[in-house]
Design a protein. Structure first.
Length: 95
């Protein structure tokens, strides 16, 4: 019997992208550990995205969206579009 899966919950301390990522991970039943193991991004990097300390590089974002799409009926492109709109830089670009 393995360790129980840790489910993250969106919180006000998270960045808008972090909230989006956590919600999509929960919908897909994917954990940070799943992303670490399948995409090869470190735990600390993913947490920095969630906190808003940094944003993912485009290639990492593509890999994560591809992984999320495996567990949903969404196309990777649609997930990418949603994700990019959550970055603060994208919000400022709309003003």
């Amino acid at each position: 019997m393995g360790r129980p899966r840790k489910v993250l919950r969106p919180s006000p301390e998270m960045s808008s992208f972090g909230i989006w990522l956590v919600v999509e991970m929960n919908k897909s039943n994917i954990t940070i550990l799943d992303i670490v193991n399948n995409v090869g991004i470190s735990y600390s990097v993913i947490y920095s995205w969630i906190r808003g300390d940094s944003t993912p590089r485009i290639l990492n974002l593509i890999e994560v969206c591809d992984m999320l799409s495996w567990a949903t009926n969404k196309r990777p492109y649609d997930l990418m579009s949603d994700a990019i709109c959550k970055f603060p830089e994208a919000v400022y670009a709309h003003k």
